[in-house]
Structure formats: structure tokens, C-alpha cells
Design a protein around this ligand. Sequence first.
Ligand SMILES: NC(=O)c1ccc[n+]([C@@H]2O[C@H](COP(=O)([O-])OP(=O)(O)OC[C@H]3O[C@@H](n4cnc5c(N)ncnc54)[C@H](OP(=O)(O)O)[C@@H]3O)[C@@H](O)[C@H]2O)c1
Length: 304
Amino acid sequence: MTGDALQIAKTTQIGPFDTGRLAYGCWRFAGSTAAEAAQKVHAALEIGANLVDTAAIYGFGAEGFGAAEEVLGAVYRAEKDLRARTVLVTKAGIHPPVPYDSRASNLIASCEGSLARLGADTIDVFLIHRPDLLASFEEVADALTHLRQTGKIREAGVSNFTHTQIRALQSKLDFPLVASQPEFSPLAIDPLEDGTLDIAQELNLAVMAWSPLGGGRLTAAHQPEAGTQEARVLTVLEGIATRESVGVDHVALAWVLAHPSNLIALIGTQNVARIKDSAKVFDVRLSRQDWYDVLIAARGKTMP
Ligand SMILES: NC(=O)c1ccc[n+]([C@@H]2O[C@H](COP(=O)([O-])OP(=O)(O)OC[C@H]3O[C@@H](n4cnc5c(N)ncnc54)[C@H](OP(=O)(O)O)[C@@H]3O)[C@@H](O)[C@H]2O)c1
């Protein structure tokens, strides 16, 4: 590596909460037993990933909402002090088959359903999962205000919102949003230029990057088609990974965390050893040149 390494702190804040820069995503949790899920949450805590991200929609199927939340709830019920050791994030507003419903009544009912499944008194950070184009920002703000005033949520944020949608919602609230959750990885680079990361810095939002490994495409196991964005990015990541004696997945996570926005990477592996191994991200020394090389590979063209 040439030049100074980009700094990647191990911890950060999301609103009033102290969290690791790595967090654990429970999208793929449904189907795990409570004992298996507990091992994953403990592996995450071991590496400082104390923020746990779930959603009412995760595991949606014949039984309806909440299969993933049920599993996490079973973990919390089995170990009473665990809830206090995690920063709990859940989401509402995706409503098959509509597809979205952020009317106040639905957001409030969804939050109450999440609390019951999770066996929790309050959600630390409650996110609107996707923007419902038929719900006014005022109505969404009223629901969030009600949930916060009644103590059902501590703080609020959004996921998959554009920067203008974030600003519009914030304008209707008399408390600050604390988080945004966009897809962001070397395979999903739009947030760098579409205003998502800029508004996060402007409003002091923590940014939880979802699918930071492209859902598994930024790993040594993935065989990309020649000439694709995946192939270009993996080639650059592999060069850095070999030099740093880590996996391509660790370099991809480091690339996400090296951006100066307040990023938190939501890792989604269901493999306990891989969860623990993710801590290698903090051993990666990325130069500015490395970071731009990955971006240029992702763009498929040089910077202007
Ligand atoms: N807000 C939203 O709209 C939204 C959307 C999607 C996701 N999310 C959040 O983001 C979290 C993470 O998303 P994600 O699960 O897509 O994240 P990810 O970390 O990008 O991908 C996880 C996938 O990669 C595989 N993987 C990871 N490391 C690997 C390795 N070294 N070798 C081979 N395979 C590997 C995992 O398989 P194994 O399990 O076999 O390791 C798993 O299938 C979710 O749990 C959820 O909390 C939010």
C-alpha cells in the first residue's frame, strides 16, 4: 500500500446509541432455531457488532409478517440481559401485495406487532422500510411522533428514501431522524452521487449500508461473468486482499466503511465463523488510491 491508510474507526454513534461499525442483519434469519440464532447474535457481539437489524417483512410467508422477528424474539426471551446489550432496529411499511403502506394506522400496528414478536418494550431505531408514495410526509411524521411519544420507539429513521424524501420527512418532524439505510457497496455505488450520503452528513444520520457484500457477490465463492461490473470489482478487491492477507469480503466492507459518512455495514452471513471473521475488516489498510481504484472498477470508467 502506498500513502496513508484511510482511517476506519471500530465504533460510532447512531443518535444516542453507541454501536460497532459492523452490525448484524437478520433478513436471512427465518428458519434458524433460537439456539442457532443465539450463536449468531453472540458471534456478532463478540466482534462488537451490537446493532441488530430486522424488519416486520423479513421471513414473510404463509404465516404472514415477522418470522425473522419471532426468531430474534426467542433469542431475547431465552437470555434476559441480551436485549439491553443490543441496539435493536426494525422496519415497517412494506405490505404485500400492495406493495407499501405507510398510513399512520399501519405503521403503528406494525410497530406494535414487532414489539410483541420481539418481546421488547421499545424499538431503539424504527425505520420506514421503503417510501410509500401514497402516504404524505405529514402522516408518516405523525405516526413516528406518536410512536416516540408513547415510548414504543426511541428514535426513527428511513430506508431506501431519496435525499429529497428524507428532507421532506424531516421538515414535518420536531425531532431529528437518526438513520438512513440504503443499499451501498462496491456494486451499488449510487449513494455516492445521488445525494444519499450527502444528506446523511448534512443531517447527521448514521448510514446502515445494506447488502455490503452485494448479497454474496463480493466473496471469493462468487464466479462472475467476464467483463461485468462484478468481475472488474472483484479483480481489484482480490489484488488488495492478497496484499493485506484478508478476504475480498473484508476489503469490500473496508471500502464501505472508509467513506467519511457515518457508515455502518450490515453483514448478513448466517455462518458463525464468517461473522467472527468479519472483524478482519479492521486490519485492512486501504489507501486513497485503493479506494478510487475500486470505485473506478465499479463505474467502468475513470473519474471525470
Ligand atoms: N433496508 C432494506 O431494504 C434491506 C434490504 C436487504 C437487506 N437489508 C439488511 O441488510 C442485511 C445484510 O444484507 P445481506 O444479507 O444481503 O448482506 P451481505 O453481507 O451483502 O450478503 C450476505 C450473503 O453473502 C454470503 N456470504 C457472506 N460472506 C461470504 C463468504 N465469505 N463466502 C461466501 N458467501 C458469503 C452469505 O452467505 P452465508 O450465510 O452462507 O455466509 C449471505 O448469503 C440484511 O440482513 C438486512 O438486515 C436491508
